[in-house]
Design a binder for this molecule. Sequence first.
Ligand code: MLT
Length: 411
Amino acid sequence: MATINDNYLKLKAGYLFPEIARRVNAFAQANPDAKIIRLGIGDVTEPLPAACRAAMVKAVEEMGERATFKGYGPEQGYPWLREKIAAYDFQARGCNIDADEIFVSDGSKCDTGNILDIFGDDNVIAVTDPVYPVYVDTNVMAGHTGAANEKGEYEGLVYLPITAENNFTAQLPSQKVDLIYLCFPNNPTGAVATKEHLKAWVDYAKANGSIIFFDAAYEAFITDAEIPHSIYEIEGADSCALEFRSFSKTAGFTGTRCAFTVVPKNLTAKACDGSDVQLWKLWNRRQSTKFNGVSYIVQRGAEAVYSEEGQKQVKELVNFYLQNAKIICEKLTAAGLSVYGGVNAPYVWVKTPNGLSSWDFFDKLLNECNVVVTPGSGFGAAGEGYVRISAFNSRENVEEAMQRIGDKFKV
Ligand code: MLT
């Protein structure tokens, strides 16, 4: 008799975003005339930069000629893309990262889950609370946790609360942890980490033999010149941190799919015989076995991000969403709500009014304003009492959504 991976049965209800979609669809069916504005999932709305489109069109043409046709590419990504990433995203910021330490992939969501393939099952794992749910759910699926309690916290994980009191940056754990997930600019709170904060984590990781999983998917939204874009801006991080990056939010690639993970060659972890093993070797082996690379066409599109016009166009795109975030912050503050984030990030973290629960405020905004947000409790127990508002939408929709919420809540 075939059996299943029982760990899946420990997962809470649906994954957060499908669960929101289910509720929104039910509302839409019952209210077919409602003009629903979706500021829930962080999915981009604006067209792909022209430079990326032109590069992809050219690549399609190349695929139509025998002389320039491409079959399988390197599983790790084409060298011309890896070299540009290393030069522009890392070396230009003083980070000592080489092209062959970049692994191009079809998404950071997949990479943050897949990376667990190369780690042992006995690591103590720390996540912030609230947190991007993929980090937690993939550990549950891999059998790294026990069951969830009534607050949705899984036995065996170390939760590090991030709250308004600590500026949404976690304190170092009081116990020893082996794997630590950090996301800056933060999803969901929109908070950023200073160099000092990241240095404290790097020092902790080096002292404890821990590995930091640094998710920098939103780094392009950093506006403050003092805030690091990469953990490798901190000396010594290449011996204790992996970094996840994505073209999804930077260049509007959520539907096009291209991301990358940085695995420095200095990074090692212990085998069960006590020896140090290079994580680069394991990830290279994992990707070569389970992944056939991102399509040539898409990688050419990603490469165009680094061209002169590409850089200009992605900056415009990012600034467009940041302006949306500014409008959201201003309008909600004027409506008497407490807001966080939204300055160096495309997410605004909003305290629910009158002590409403996250889901109650979600329902209220859906039913009374026809605006979809993400309930903070979906990101973890400490997210209760907040909702996340995404700045990824058209200007018109953001303005209308804020108008509707402002009209409802103005005191
Ligand atoms: C989010 O809304 O948190 C993101 O869109 C999720 C993702 O990037 O996978």
